[in-house]
Design a protein around this ligand. Structure first.
Ligand SMILES: NC(=O)c1ccc[n+]([C@@H]2O[C@H](COP(=O)([O-])OP(=O)(O)OC[C@H]3O[C@@H](n4cnc5c(N)ncnc54)[C@H](O)[C@@H]3O)[C@@H](O)[C@H]2O)c1
Length: 411
């Protein structure tokens, strides 16, 4: 691999190699290694190089197959992630590789004493999540996940309305998130995409970890899950690209979650029916609250007219921004290492979105309702069997698309 070099800030001083991060009690900069310089790895690299994350400096890049971007001074190239992990050039690692390797690379990095930021999903299945989380034994090391949608002011507001009791008891949830449209070309340009062995799932594993993370963050985990999935309905892939899931909580609250990468124009609409009214969130940017003057169950039991309705008021709830997204998570990770700031998305919480995705698929495969917590071992066994038994032949094409095209992926 030929790696052209470019000039970087000459004032930048690298600590001597092989000096472990724990010898930096007064660390002022986090030396970061990025593994996987595909679409997302390059986007993170660009954000850090352009100074959007004060306190963080890229000092190593690792790419096993593709070509590395031109290196700046102070950046060390690697083709083997183990070599980068043990190089002494980094205090922290950002894992942007295909899903299955999140577990192996994450465990090796945590065991070597690095701070770890892992792209979503933290692992492909619940058993791997448990293994990865168990490797985080040194709690002085920061272990976070890239759930950038948690920075969105809209969803923060929805969480505030639920947690503060403003909405009252939630009775029904409906989230239709079908604006993850992807072309067949998208799947064809990544050899690992759209396969059980490479990606470990489809829309639930690649696009929806964000929504499923927000789902469990807002509402907690349901106790029963029933999933209806269609595999390769819209694309030449073997995994799911169309999903309808029904969930139930022990308190009777029910939920539906609908997603697809093949529907256009799609929609991103979250509707929450609660005692104090109905909240509608569209495209993660607007919140409308139809507020009941009296809680609906109370009205139901006390009204003395057969066809009466509770009085309700229409409120548009102002939201100031879509949040700092990936940059905010990178900054929070940096600040957690340097200043002990509280993490916005601790990696350990990433197991919940994986369990939701796994249980929807397991339900579809077995044509049964899945009780949570689900069996991690059963799911792992079936998933591995599917990968091993697969006869699916994927057409792979070399990507011509640009960073501009990739930027359209964030919906
Ligand atoms: N947070 C977000 O908004 C967001 C958006 C897109 C992708 N992602 C996530 O980022 C990750 C990567 O997705 P992508 O779209 O960039 O994929 P990609 O295929 O474009 O890039 C992955 C890169 O990793 C490299 N790689 C694979 N194994 C490696 C190894 N062992 N060592 C070094 N390099 C290795 C590949 O050669 C490839 O260049 C996935 O987990 C995906 O879910 C997150």
């Amino acid at each position: 691999m030929t790696i052209p070099r470019q000039k970087w800030n000459p004032d930048f001083h690298l600590d001597p190699p092989n000096q472990p991060a724990s010898l930096h009690p007064t660390m002022e900069i986090v030396r970061l290694g990025i593994v996987g310089l595909g679409n997302m790895g390059k986007a993170h690299l660009n954000n850090i190089r352009t100074g959007k994350v004060p306190g963080m400096r890229v000092t190593a890049l690792c790419e096993s197959v593709g070509t590395l971007p031109a290196l700046l001074d102070g950046e060390h190239p690697f083709t083997d992630v183990s070599a980068m992990i043990h190089s002494g050039h980094i205090d922290a690692i950002l894992i942007c590789t295909p899903h299955f390797s999140h577990t192996t690379i994450g465990i090796e990095a945590l065991t070597a004493g690095l701070h770890v930021l892992v792209e979503k999903p933290i692992s492909v299945h619940k058993a791997d999540c448990e293994r990865l989380i168990a490797a985080h034994t040194n709690k002085e090391k920061v272990f976070a996940a890239m759930f950038n949608m948690r920075t969105n002011a809209t969803f923060k507001k929805v969480k505030d309305l639920i947690d503060s009791g403003e909405l009252g008891q939630v009775r029904r949830i409906h989230w239709e998130v079908t604006n993850w449209f992807r072309t067949n070309y998208y799947y064809a340009t990544g050899g690992w995409r759209g396969t059980w062995k490479g990606e470990g799932g489809g829309v639930l594993m690649n696009q929806c970890p964000h929504n499923l993370d927000l789902f469990q963050w807002l509402f907690g985990m349901p106790q029963k899950v029933r999933g209806f999935c269609q595999f390769g309905r819209f694309h030449e892939i073997e995994v799911e690209d169309d999903v309808t899931a029904v969930m139930q909580y022990d308190n009777g609250t029910t939920a539906t979650f609908v997603t697809s990468t093949g529907e256009a124009p799609g929609v991103n609409k979250l509707e929450i029916s609660a005692e104090n009214g109905r909240l509608t969130v569209v495209d993660g940017t607007t919140i409308h609250f139809q507020r009941n003057r009296q809680p609906m169950s109370e009205f139901c039991m006390t009204a003395e007219a057969a066809f009466a309705m509770p009085e309700s008021w229409s409120i548009q709830i102002p939201v100031d921004s879509t949040g700092g997204q990936h940059v905010e998570i990178l900054q929070n990770f940096t600040n957690a290492i340097l200043k002990g700031e509280k993490l916005l998305s601790p990696a350990a919480e990433g197991i919940h979105s994986v369990e939701l995705a796994n249980s929807i698929l397991l339900s579809a495969w077995t044509d049964a309702t899945i009780e949570l917590p689900m069996s991690a071992a059963e799911y792992e066994r079936i998933l591995i069997e599917k990968g091993e038994a697969s006869t699916f032949k994927k057409t792979v094409v070399k990507a011509k698309a640009s960073a501009d095209d990739f930027a359209k992926s964030f919906r």
